[in-house]
Ligand binder design. Structure first.
Ligand SMILES: Cc1ncc(COP(=O)(O)O)c(C=O)c1O
Length: 417
């Protein structure tokens, strides 16, 4: 993958104000690609109308939403576009869907959550459990292996389990969870599986058919698009569920889940960002114009993963060489397929807040804290208030970005006690 050509696709890098900045904050939010920005602006200027009308702007706006749904279906390998629901963000979609599922749950039913998930895939289920007197069972996170144990899963997922909610990739350690194994076990016990793919989506090929889950959600703003999110659900389930909605809203999926006016600008931007991934497949993957969108996206993701894995390895090696730095996640090259390029670390005797402040002063953008996963941070034996410093690489991160970060770390390590 040619990094210069990738960076040309991101208008931020042509701004003078960003010329001296290094963006290592993609796990919190990625920069938007040109195609997403252009599609959003076009929708706002040229096709700004309510849906369902006979006049041209309405017809075009409706068509653009249909195209975005097809593109999102190709992104996750859905059976059809009707399995795609758009919403404000992953958190809101998860609150929404959990309420819908709650309509068929009752006292004593169980929900399995993991101790290593982002709160967006924990709090909605906890609130539901409180309202309906459901039982929550926790899948413990093992800070030594950065994952779950199969033995724990066998005993925690039972015949009473109705939903298992877990993340595809952890936003602190970067661990990629074995979703297919958890889903297979949950299916044997008759439970539904809800997957938070927010952190995995920018760094891997999603295939809901091979995962065997029932719902999967990801955020477009972590995927180089606008602030919006995509929920995939099995059509049979979406048909059965009864969402909370205004009475005149259509009764069919996906429309019945998309209450109120849709953000047409954001949905158009999602089409732009998926087109961008397909473009990478055509330009840098083994994939031509003639192939379908799914193949182009898959080829694009493979090119991205290969590039990012190499880069994160040099970041990990550089960080490991500093005295007093602790990396909280997989760090060796033979483990690299088990992680996304998000690396959390602490520096002995140095608050993480000081690391992010010092980095910001040098033009390096990264986050510190618990990253909305306080349980993971606590399980790692770290005070959740200061938390960990976190770098997250993206398709637009250059080798020079990583070198600059390591060189500032080098200075920091020297000046700290
Ligand atoms: C793993 C994970 N899940 C969910 C979310 C929440 O996503 P959203 O901002 O779309 O609500 C985040 C945000 O950082 C995340 O990292």
């Amino acid at each position: 993958m040619n990094i210069e050509r990738i960076r040309q696709q991101f208008p931020i890098f042509s701004l003078a104000s960003a010329s001296n900045s290094v963006f290592l904050d993609s796990a919190a939010g990625t920069q938007m690609c040109k195609r997403a920005l252009e599609a959003s602006v076009e929708a706002a200027i040229e096709n700004n109308a309510n849906l369902g009308g006979h006049f041209s702007t309405s017809v075009i706006a409706e068509k653009a939403i249909g195209q975005a749904r097809c593109a999102a279906a190709a992104l996750v390998n859905a059976h059809c576009a009707e399995e795609i629901v758009f919403g404000q963000n992953m958190t809101t979609l998860t609150f929404h869907l959990s309420r819908c599922l709650g309509r068929s749950l009752g006292k004593g039913d169980e929900i399995v959550l993991t101790q290593s998930d982002h709160e967006a895939n924990i709090s909605p289920w906890l609130e539901l459990a409180k309202d309906l007197e459901l039982k929550i069972r926790w899948l413990p996170f093992d800070p030594l292996t950065y994952g779950f144990s199969t033995a724990d899963m066998e005993s925690i997922i039972t015949e009473r389990t109705k939903v298992v909610a877990l993340s595809y990739a952890n936003n602190v350690t970067g661990t990629i969870n074995d979703v297919a194994a958890v889903a297979a076990l949950a299916k044997r016990k008759g439970a539904m599986v809800y997957v938070d793919a927010v952190q995995f989506a920018p760094h891997g090929v999603i295939d809901v058919q091979t995962l065997g889950c029932d719902f999967l959600v990801c955020s477009s703003h972590k995927l180089h698009g606008p602030h919006h999110a995509i929920l995939w659900g099995r059509l049979a389930l979406l048909e059965r569920l009864m969402p909370y909605k205004p009475r005149p809203t259509a009764d069919k999926p996906p429309y019945k889940f998309e209450t109120g006016s849709k953000s047409r600008e954001a949905i158009a931007g999602i089409l732009g960002t998926i087109d961008h991934l397909a473009w990478i497949g055509r330009e840098f993957g083994a994939c031509g114009e003639q192939t379908g969108k799914r193949q182009q996206i898959v080829a694009g993701m493979h090119a991205i993963v290969e590039y990012e894995q190499r880069l994160v390895q040099s970041a990990l090696e550089g960080l490991s060489s500093f005295k007093g730095v602790h990396i909280h996640g997989y760090r060796t090259s033979h483990e690299r397929e088990r992680r996304v390029p998000t690396v959390s670390f602490t520096l002995e005797s140095t608050p993480s807040e000081m690391i992010s402040r010092h980095m910001a002063e040098q033009g390096i953008r990264l986050w510190h804290g618990h990253h909305f996963s306080p349980q993971t941070v606590r399980a790692l034996g770290i005070d959740e208030h200061d938390g960990v410093a976190r770098i997250s690489l993206a398709q637009y991160t250059s080798e020079d970005d990583v070198h600059r970060f390591l060189s500032v770390m080098d200075d920091l390590v020297r000046i700290m006690p």
